[in-house]
Design a protein around this ligand. Structure first.
Ligand code: ADP
Ligand code: MG
Length: 628
């Protein structure tokens, strides 16, 4: 709740709206206690007194009634009726929406067609018809305004409910034996309440206007009772001669509706869960760069060299050190594997290369990423955009979420090509077919016209690879591209990537958590733990004789086919949280061989030539190393 208020207060306009509304509401609440003239007593001798005259601060109306008193009492009434109507509409509409959305099928059809029928009438005519049928009066106006707004709430809430009614947590609740009513009350309703509040906050102002409209026409509050609409209606005939009688209630309506709408927009922004983690802003085009330390000198060679890369997430007052000084390099035609448990910072490292980490909250706080010798960190956005997809391409884990569901795969491939060069429709189509053929999709001429859902998982991932190849990149960064696939498809995809790198001289950075995949594809492998490289070397060396205890334990977790029964040793404990990294070795708490000096301070990545390890007491040291 306090987080919500903070977020709301950050929005200046909403804050102003909230304060004004609070003042108006407070004024309406204390009205009976104020020393005001009776709002309904007429004094014809005092007709149309100007504002600021004796005994009538805002003047008097055509019957000599005190305008200030009528304004405050009228505001009180208008606010009460408006809010009451909004509440009735929200509760009624939400109940209808939840029932329709939850039960679906015929219930849904019946209810929603009824709602559609209500929506088919122009709402103001409908409101007029309802009041005409019930008879004029403020209470009947309230009913009319609430009734015409119920469809709006019902539609909104039904949509949200349909979206969550078949989610796993609802199934789980059902399996646990909860009654339907309880499921609706404890599982569905809490999830739709924010939507109800948002819908309400953006419609209350509207409902106050509608009630005022009915009163203006003489169908709402009846004389002598004042509400803002009836005050306006009575002042109509004196609009030219005595404008103050219209201006006073008119301004009040304006102030109320404006402040409610400003506040409503703020509430909507603050309640939207997507806006909660970050500030109220869109992610930037490239990751924010804030390098405190000097940029490291170039040392590694290769087409892509990452040097001392540090990427953090700044969320409120917390700092998550997702990547804490990573060095990596790949040469053309080489495949570098990055392996590590989930959460070790592999994806963030990969995304940092092209400035793709979302900011806020991501910040690159140090290091360099050199592509062909030139640093890309802090490079102008135009340069990054020029390189993205053209020289450095990405393949992501889940092809179903990276492909657009509503476009044919061929068109998406053409779009990827057109991002960097202009081709005619015919050329584009021919290139798309050629790309699909190069990733060995059978019958590519007809497949280009398929939608993503018409392809199997393996084929979708091939399309993902084809898209990465669309502009003949030099480097491909593949972030767990086979994790969502079964083993046979995985083997095909790996063989495909291997061929591509041999044929085209591609440099591949291959991120995975699977040692089998690394052994099959990668020349070198880097092991990541808690945002840092803990071991690096040629794949065969690292797999055959791991030096870091973490690598050794990771390899011990992998079952071997045909090697008989062997105890698989899970690594006890969990990786440290990256916002509270320990001093010294991050693996110390889970390591069997830990010594006091492991926790004493920074441990460097030491090595000779290709092999490097970040450990004071490495395993398989040279003296005992078995010849491969
Ligand atoms: P993986 O190795 O599984 O790809 P990631 O690179 O995705 O891991 O994540 C590295 C670390 O960064 C994780 O500990 C994760 O909690 C943290 N992280 C990622 N995104 C955010 C974010 N938006 N806010 C805070 N922490 C994040
Ligand atoms: Mg990842």
């Amino acid at each position: 709740m306090s987080a919500f208020l903070k977020l709301l207060a950050r929005n200046r306009l909403a804050l102003v709206g909230g304060i004004i509304l609070l003042l108006v509401v407070a004024l309406a609440l204390v009205t009976p206690l104020l020393p005001l003239a009776d709002p309904d007593v007429t004094r014809t001798a005092d007709r149309f007194k100007r504002p600021f005259s004796d005994g009538a601060l805002l003047g008097t109306d055509h019957l000599g009634r005190d305008l200030l008193s009528r304004l405050l009492w009228g505001t009180r009434l208008s606010l009460a009726v408006g809010f009451a109507a909004a509440l009735v509409a929200a509760v009624g509409g939400a109940a209808i929406g939840v029932v329709a959305g939850f039960f679906g099928g015929r219930t849904d059809n019946l209810i929603m067609r009824g709602v559609d029928m209500l929506m088919a009438f122009p709402y103001i005519l409908l409101a007029l018809a309802i009041v005409a049928a019930l008879g004029p009066g403020l209470f009947n106006a309230l009913i009319a305004v609430a009734a015409v707004n119920i469809p709006f709430f019902a539609r909104n809430i039904r949509g949200v409910t349909v979206g969550i009614a078949h989610r796993e947590f609802v199934d789980a609740a059902r399996l646990s034996g909860m009654s339907t009513a309880r499921i609706i009350l404890t599982e569905i309703v809490p999830n739709v309440i924010p939507v109800i509040v948002i819908a309400m906050s953006t419609t209350v102002g509207w409902m106050i206007l509608e009630t005022a409209g009915l009163s203006f026409l003489g169908l709402g509050s009846q004389p002598p009772q004042a509400d803002l609409g009836s005050m306006l209606g009575e002042a109509r005939s004196a609009l030219i001669t005595n404008p103050h009688t219209s201006v006073v209630p008119g301004l009040m309506i304006l102030v109320i509706v404006m402040s409610i709408n400003l506040l409503g927009d703020g509430v909507r922004d603050a309640l939207d869960p997507r806006l909660k983690s970050g500030a109220l802003s869109r992610p930037m085009a490239a990751t924010l760069v804030d390098r405190r330390a000097p940029v490291p000198e170039p040392k590694a060679e290769g087409i892509l060299a990452i040097e001392g890369l540090q990427t953090q997430f700044h969320v409120k007052d917390r700092v998550y050190r997702a990547v804490g000084g990573v060095d990596l390099a790949v040469k053309p035609g080489e495949c570098l594997g990055i392996i590590g448990e989930s959460g070790s910072g592999k994806s963030v490292t990969a995304l940092s290369v092209m400035g793709l980490v979302a900011s806020p909250p991501g910040v690159i706080t140090g290091g360099a990423v050199r592509f062909e010798g030139q640093d890309l960190i802090g490079a102008p956005y135009r340069r990054l955009r020029d390189l993205r997809g053209r020289r450095v391409a990405y393949i992501f884990q889940d092809p179903l979420s990276t492909l657009h569901p509503l476009y044919r795969v061929g068109d998406q491939l053409i779009e990827a090509i057109r991002a960097h060069r202009s081709v005619s429709a015919g050329e584009g189509r021919a290139k798309a077919v050629e790309l699909l053929r190069s990733v060995r999709i059978p019958n590519p001429e007809s497949r280009v016209r398929d939608y993503p859902h018409e392809l199997s998982g393996g084929m979708r991932q091939r399309v993902g690879i084809a898209m990465a190849l669309a502009n003949d990149p030099d480097v491909i960064i593949a972030d767990e591209p086979t994790t969502a696939l079964d083993v046979t498809v995985q083997a095909q995809i790996l063989a495909l990537l291997d061929d591509l790198r041999r044929d085209r001289g591609l440099a591949i950075v291959f991120i995975t958590h699977d040692f089998g995949v690394v052994g099959q594809l990668c020349d070198r492998v880097a092991v990541m733990y808690a945002g840092r490289i803990v071991e690096e070397g040629p794949t065969a060396d690292v797999l055959g004789a791991p030096k870091h205890p973490y690598t050794a334990r990771l390899i011990a977790c992998v079952p071997e086919l045909g090697a008989g029964k062997r105890r698989l040793e899970a690594i006890p404990g969990l990786p440290p949280a990256v916002d509270r990294l320990p001093e010294g070795c991050a693996f110390a708490d889970r390591c069997a061989k830990v010594q006091p000096d492991c926790r004493a301070g920074e441990i460097a990545l030491r090595g000779d030539g290709a092999r490097a390890v970040r450990c004071l007491y490495p395993e398989n040291t040279a003296s005992r190393e078995v010849a491969e």
